[in-house]
Design a protein around this ligand. Structure first.
Ligand SMILES: [Zn+2]
Length: 456
């Protein structure tokens, strides 16, 4: 090779190294600012304490829309706007009760909660013998004669042996989502489901259920894991015991609601979008701190970090608060529908919905070629403990963008404690650690900065 060629290579390498160095310095400034600021944490506190109960279709959900719209407006973003959509309105009503009546051991109150979109039992409630099962195959074996008129008790725990708690959740969730319709096929009068949590606690962990078309809609509740164990042992002692369930929930049609969007306009490609989102709705029994107040607040914080540090993205970066993730995912569907209708080019989308525990890295759903360069970014994040960069990422709300080829990304967090909080009264502001929250915000901001700068 000629001398001039060698000099050129050396020059090129040193430009790259200089640029990497500059990026590391900027990323450090992002983390410094995030870890030194209390703004995001206080925003989360406000959201948890003042819009508690914000399941879609409620006035609390509308208060959360207004709160996030307001804070993004006050940040002086380029645009803040709402996307209207229709959501189902489901109302819980008075607190549900479940009373075991046993001729042998007397009465026992169980800690329960109605499942989302469940019908109620009526004022008197329903009373019946209880049949404990683990799977839908158990129901089939029992058949109509052993199920009809009974209350079916689904008692299959989340598998504690799996490292990935989301996999364990996925393996157990059918009892909650489809148990009512499966039991109703054999004439059951109601359903009580063991809470989907890896902890043994006395909180009911609720969540949505889906009724199958053409099958009678029967009431369904979840019971705390402590009381699921109690009910199971009471049944062994007295198989003839009866359970009285009272719930007052109702489905009340549909009402309008909104996604909330804030934008920092791109300096080079304003017509290309990078979305950073979380979902605004949350189950009414808790404060929706980990699920998913943190996702919304981190998205807003990413834009604040860009503004405060004077980072000018080439593409338009959006913070999006999706509505209705928990019941019918209408917010994510509306967002993708509008993207197609408005001919928007969605370059990448990040959804933070795995809880606000210690960030570990990112998952990416991308083509092999794109994935390779994304995985190379890992070195920038190692100083902050985020070294798990892997294939496979996304989220319920950004999922519908994938059909247009959008790169989908999910922040990965330490998942061992997530189901201690998930969908329960234990999901409160106090369970979020300010440093873990802000490491998450800074990590997302740094990733968005890099993939925008290097067109990854
Ligand atoms: Zn969630």
């Amino acid at each position: 090779m000629k001398k001039s060629g060698i000099i050129l290579i050396l020059l090129f390498t040193s430009i790259i190294l200089f640029s990497q160095d500059q990026d590391s310095v900027l990323i450090k400034r992002i983390f410094d600012e995030a870890l030194s600021s209390r703004i995001a944490y206080e925003n989360l506190r406000y959201m948890c304490k003042n819009t508690k109960g914000r399941i879609s279709g409620t006035i609390q959900a509308e208060a959360a829309v207004e709160f996030t719209r307001q804070i993004m407006f006050e940040m002086g973003l380029d645009t803040v706007f709402l996307q209207e959509l229709m959501v189902k309105r489901w109302v819980r009503g008075d607190r549900e009760t479940a009373t075991v009546r046993s001729g042998l051991s007397g009465d026992h109150e169980l800690t329960i909660s109605g499942l989302g979109t469940s019908v109620g039992t009526g004022k008197e409630g329903i009373t019946g013998k209880v049949v404990e099962v683990k799977t839908f195959e158990d129901l089939e074996k029992l058949g109509n004669e052993n199920v009809s008129g009974r209350i079916i008790f689904f008692n299959r725990p989340m598998d504690p042996a799996l490292y990935n708690t989301f996999h364990s959740y996925g393996k157990a969730a059918d009892q909650r989502t489809r148990g009512a319709s499966e039991a109703a096929k054999y004439g059951a009068s109601g359903v009580i489901v063991r809470s989907l949590t890896t902890s043994l606690d006395d909180f009911p962990h609720t969540g949505v259920l889906y009724y199958e078309n053409g099958i009678p809609e029967i009431p369904a509740v979840c019971v705390s894991t402590v009381d699921a164990d109690l009910l199971s042992s009471l049944l062994k002692e007295d198989p003839d015991l009866k359970l009285n369930l009272v719930s007052n929930c109702m489905n009340m049609g549909e009402v309008p609601s909104f996604n909330v969007v804030g934008e920092l306009r791109g300096s080079v490609h304003p017509e290309q979008f990078i979305t950073v989102g979380g979902h605004l709705d949350a189950w009414d029994t808790g404060e929706g701190a980990h699920d998913d107040g943190i996702g919304c607040i981190q998205a807003i914080e990413v834009l604040r970090l860009f503004k405060v540090l004077g980072i000018q993205p080439k593409r338009t970066v959006r913070a999006v608060m999706f509505m209705d993730e928990e019941i019918a995912q209408r917010g994510g569907l509306k967002y993708a529908e509008l993207a197609v209708r408005n001919n928007e080019n969605h370059y990448a989308a990040v959804e933070s919905d795995g809880g606000g525990m210690t960030p570990r890295g990112f998952g990416f759903s991308a083509t092999d070629k794109r994935l390779e360069s994304l995985l190379d970014l890992k070195t920038y994040f190692e100083p902050y403990g985020m070294n798990q960069f892997s294939s496979g990422g996304g989220g319920v709300d950004i999922g519908p963008l994938q059909q247009s080829g959008t790169l989908l990304i999910s922040p990965e967090t330490d998942m061992q404690r997530y189901f201690d909080y998930h969908h329960s009264p234990n999901d409160t502001f106090e369970q979020v650690n300010i440093r873990e929250l802000q490491l998450g915000s800074a990590g997302i901001a740094a990733l968005v900065y890099l993939l925008d700068k290097y067109d990854l």
